[in-house]
Ligand binder design. Structure first.
Ligand SMILES: Nc1ncnc2c1ncn2[C@@H]1O[C@H](COP(=O)(O)OP(=O)(O)O)[C@@H](O)[C@H]1O
Ligand SMILES: [Mg+2]
Length: 233
């Protein structure tokens, strides 16, 4: 039985104009991500991996083609609706974590929920959301760090907080841009285990950009970007 498609990209093109020069970053990229699968995206530096991930995550808009999230063409959405879809359906994990340094670990993990629920509902939702944040932080091995500042955490710990935050709203799609790029091999392997676990448990479709050959081998499928053109490995 084939899995339902969580995310599809049809003939994506992306270029930048610099004076009279046109820099083509992505050409005719088509792919689909199915629920419950982990796909590795590999390619040299500058091949367009981050650009593609940002487009798939609705953080950037392609010049050509369409991204279809759970059956909805992203191009048909208003800016507001796009943000709602992005926050609720798509989790992002970046190489540099992007935690909010002025908020503690618990507050960082709660951030997607605070954005998702109307402010007036928050006082009623708060206790249940904090319970969920505690469960998630426990699952990533950080049950004793709720009130810590991200500044005091190691790289591996920061990435685990970022992952708990990305998983908070049970996204159908999890996009990870070199999530282990700043970590030692042991912390990196732990992050990858957690990403695989999350996908198996929630059925999220996952795309992971990585330079790590061993890590790419663990994925169910590998896609290779070469100068903006997608190839199957
Ligand atoms: N905002 C931008 N303006 C101009 N060129 C860009 C911009 N963003 C990315 N690029 C170019 O697009 C290419 C692909 O970048 P990127 O997607 O970050 O590659 P990767 O993640 O594979 O290293 C690079 O040549 C980069 O310089
Ligand atoms: Mg990149």
């Amino acid at each position: 039985m084939s899995s339902p498609t969580a995310l599809r990209a049809d003939n994506i093109g992306r270029h930048y104009i610099d004076g009279n020069e046109k820099l083509t970053v992505l050409q005719n990229v088509s792919l689909s991500l199915n629920a419950g699968e982990v796909v590795a995206l590999v390619g040299r530096s500058g091949s367009g991996k981050s650009t593609l991930l940002h487009i798939l995550g609705l953080l950037d808009t392609p010049n050509e083609g369409e991204v279809i999230v759970d059956g909805t063409p992203a191009g048909s959405l208003s800016e507001t609706h796009r943000s709602v879809v992005r926050n609720a359906r798509i989790g992002f994990v970046f190489q540099h974590f992007f935690l909010l340094p002025d908020f503690n670990v618990m507050e960082n993990v709660l951030m997607p929920a605070k954005i998702h629920f109307p402010a007036l509902q928050w006082p009623m939702r708060r206790a249940a959301c904090e319970d969920r944040a505690r469960t998630l932080l426990e699952s990533v091995g950080l049950s004793k760090h709720h009130s810590h500042s991200p500044r005091t955490l190691s790289g591996g710990e920061r990435q685990r907080v970022a992952l708990a935050r990305a998983l908070f709203l049970e996204p159908k799609i999890l996009l990870c841009d070199e999530p282990t790029g700043n970590l030692d091999p042991e912390s990196g392997a732990r992050i990858m285990d957690l990403i695989f676990d999350a996908s198996a448990k929630t059925g999220a479709a996952v795309m992971v950009v990585t330079h790590d050959v061993g890590l790419a081998q663990r994925a169910h499928r590998r896609l290779h970007l070469e100068k903006g053109v997608l190839k199957m490995d």
